[in-house]
Unconditional design. Structure first.
Length: 345
């Protein structure tokens, strides 16, 4: 869709596809229910010593969410693989009992495939979260979780990212046998529809002329802060950086003043309190700060299980990000210099 078409219709492909996330999540959960149960049973019977995630871009932001969820619910150390170690340096990998969680839309980037293959040779159990079900990554995986998001035509990923987060939550819920998270996932599709309808238009007005922006999150919400910062850059040509509300205090906060803009993602868990504190401090310095928080903030947000709230926040964000891009004269469906599938070596 061209920018002129978006201006005429008031809707972009990005917004339309983000609006399909609820249906995608419902389809993904239904299609993979037995697979999640089987993965959980295997991981409990033969616990991995560690989890290695393999992903880039939005998928790597989903991997950040996975790290917090896996470590808090199972205690298993989780780290993101540096894909270039396998693809450029041919670095060695010690053999060991690991879970390799590969997350991808296309499943065909050479560096991703090289890293997953390296992990598999070292004895890892490979689970792939994948939107393209006929991708080369399928051949390397022990189990493929089909994200069921259907093809995305907009360069900006939306529903596939949300489906990835939901798949991670379902996998961890099955592994940890967490009934509360299982129940929350049952209601997630309906909540995504409600989250998409929330009015975040104040953010469009606040950020329309912004030049520098921080996106804050912490814990379960840090991965969606990373994703939001990427989307600001991708779709609105807006320089945005993501920070943990804890990490932002170690230097970056020194540059925040009355010309700065901040979007903060809150929540109902302990980590969100530091987000609110950082947002209040930046507001006191004169920065334009918008807090999205189910506990009450500048932007509406739905209360849910703490691990589900970030998924709902990013759903609300996507609709706003599309509108912001159009307001700034950008086409979020076809950003300059970007392709839908990025193949890195």
């Amino acid at each position: 869709m061209t920018l002129q078409e978006a201006l005429k219709t008031g809707r972009t492909l990005m917004e339309s596809e983000a609006g399909e996330a609820a249906a995608a999540v419902a389809a993904m959960l239904a299609a993979n229910a037995r697979a999640f149960a089987a993965i959980g049973e295997r991981l409990r019977a033969d616990p991995p010593a560690a989890v290695v995630t393999c992903a880039r871009g939005s998928s790597d932001h989903a991997a950040t969410y996975a790290k917090y969820l896996i470590e808090t619910m199972t205690g298993t150390p989780t780290a993101s693989a540096a894909l270039s170690v396998a693809s450029l340096y041919d670095g060695p990998t010690l053999a060991g009992k690991r879970l390799c969680l590969a997350i991808s839309q296309s499943g065909q980037s050479p560096d991703l495939l090289a890293s997953v293959e390296q992990q598999k040779r070292a004895g890892a159990y490979v689970v792939a979260l994948l939107n393209a079900e006929d991708a080369p990554l399928c051949a390397l995986a022990d189990v493929v979780i089909a994200l069921k998001a259907s093809p995305e035509k907009s360069v900006a990923a939306t529903k596939s990212y949300i489906a990835s987060l939901a798949a991670i939550a379902a996998l961890v819920a099955a592994w940890a046998q967490d009934d509360a998270l299982e129940d929350a996932l049952d209601t997630l599709p309906g909540q995504l529809e409600r989250a998409f309808a929330l009015d975040w238009s104040p953010a469009v007005a606040a950020f329309a002329d912004a030049t520098n922006l921080f996106v804050l999150g912490r814990g379960y919400g840090y991965g969606v802060a990373q994703e939001a910062a990427l989307k600001f850059k991708e779709t609105s040509s807006l320089h945005a950086e993501s920070f943990s509300a804890a990490e932002v205090r170690h230097g970056p906060m020194a540059i925040v003043g009355d010309t700065f803009h901040v979007l903060a993602f809150g929540g109902s868990d302990r980590a969100a309190e530091s987000v609110r504190e950082a947002a209040a401090e930046f507001r006191g310095r004169g920065a334009t700060v918008l807090l999205a928080d189910p506990a009450g903030g500048d932007l509406p947000a739905l209360p849910a299980h703490p691990a589900i709230e970030p998924i709902l926040l990013i759903q609300s964000f996507y609709r706003m990000a599309s509108a912001l891009a159009v307001a700034r004269g950008r086409n979020p469906d076809s950003p300059p210099h970007l392709n839908k599938v990025t193949e890195t070596l």
